[in-house]
Design a protein around this ligand. Sequence first.
Ligand SMILES: Cc1ncc(C[n+]2csc(CCOP(=O)(O)OP(=O)(O)O)c2C)c(N)n1
Length: 597
Amino acid sequence: MQLTGGQIIAKMLVRAGVPHAVGIPGHGCLALVDALREQSDRISIIQPLHESAAIHLADGYYRATGQPLAAFTSIGPGALNTAIGLATAYVDSTAVLALTGETHVHMFGVGVLQEVERRSDAANWRALEPLCKRHFLALQARQLPRIMARAFNQMLTGRPGPVVIGLPMDVQAAVADVELPALESRRAQAAAAPDAQAVQEAADLLRAAKRPVILVGGGVVRARAFDELRRVAEAAGAAVVNTMMGLGAFPADHPLYGWATGSKGTSCGLQLARTADVLLAVGCRFADETACSYRHGTAFAFPETRLIHLDIDPHEIGKNYPTAVGIVADARAGLAALAQALEEGEPRDWAHSDYCAEIARLKVEWEEFLAQHRDDGREPVMISTMLRRIRAALPREAVVVHSSGNTQAQMLQEFPFYEPGTCITTGGFSTMGFTLPAAIGVKLARPDRPVVGIVGDGDFLMHIQELSTAVRYGVPIVIVVANNQGWISIRDLQTAVLGEEHVCATDFERAGEVYSPKLADIAGDFGCWSCHISRGDQVEDAISRALASDRPAVVEVMVARDWPDTGTPAVGWWDVPIPGHMEGRRAYEEAIGEEDV
Ligand SMILES: Cc1ncc(C[n+]2csc(CCOP(=O)(O)OP(=O)(O)O)c2C)c(N)n1
């Protein structure tokens, strides 16, 4: 087949079942975009307004379906604008294919428009290399069938991740005589299965445990191992706690659910995890937020607690904590094997156990703690009240997207998810700007479900322009903006760890007055349905009307901005270094000695 480089890519995207290519054309990707145009009855082209948003949109689509999209960019700034999106996808282990224009091969190093070449020729791609699972640079069009096959293999097998293919302009345009491989023949069909002996050892430990806990990370969500997780939890009578990325993997109304652990977690999740005798961690990397900066006995007490660590990536096992049993496997395959081994023994009457009663009591205590810090009558409304009202307005199967600031922390602490896969968040990178474009991707993937983004004003303003994308393509997402006129989670941090007099550069002000444009009006100008509210009793009605509008909608909620009503206190520990001259406040210095790293 005689095809240009661009045509090879477009045809292989069609073969891979990629329904959308998201990107911004430029001189650096003309031939590629022309080839996509030829396939436009099979791949729709979506024009976002920022390349990072293109990646977030594709990322949201993948998180909702397991199907990667392609994002495309021009050379130079277009390509480099993908950096935050790629890093978000890489840290959270999600698959996105980024096709970035590069300098023509025969012009490497001359300084073509938008080439970075002072330290090495055509060096733009080097900036992206640490931010993706694999980078390919195609130097000839005939390499592309193989590169594309390898890119899909890298994205989708083992630990998923984003892949970047650098496409010099002449390679996109050059014709090659090629065969296009069947992608299925270029990757393994079954996920990595666990070692039988290790599974047996893990099952023995869990069976003998008095206080078993399962710590659920993003790997469980990525592998869609929801049924298998439930089977293991019930067979072992284990409490289930989660990381930020594991949120939504287990139904919040299940008696064994113990909420989140970690620095922004819950008293319930922390208590269960630190007093476990056996802890099974699945698809989790023990990041500092989960581990309360590794302070011994705060989130975890290894090795007194015996750790079974199940992960697709062998390098995560033993990275931060010593294990009793390390199992390398896909979370679904690993949990299925464990469930089978546990179900062969005597069933546990977990529902009537003292342990289950203790979990219930810890959850009530946590609810009471939240209630103490919440004033439902307050105006402007507290985020805590707003979240409860949003939950009440949404069906169980609604997909909720969130990304940073107090809303993200409070979602972890107090927003119950019931159906698997209904929580989409950037847990590892906590990227401001993710929610809006990712929600568009999620809604494109799941048009049958309500899709709601919950976001702070700072986060929303980072990619507010993508309201245009939602409107142009008629994607009826609902974005709830908690507007506290500033980066108030960071102001809260300044206040909590340094003191109120150290608040700096976190309020939005003009001439000493609090400042915010009316975000609902801006959304209206974009063509969205929008409303502006400030009381808790207005939230449910606003959400219902936004959903009923069947248009992209923005509900701007003015929320409390006075400390401490801005959020719910963090109950875990976080190692935030305090300036050396602030002696009385440097609790973290003492705690460093108690950290396990
Ligand atoms: C791209 C990016 N820049 C900076 C940060 C650091 N950061 C974390 S939360 C936050 C403030 C978020 O503000 P907003 O969305 O308004 O929510 P709020 O803090 O007011 O709840 C900042 C600056 C980040 N997470 N991402």
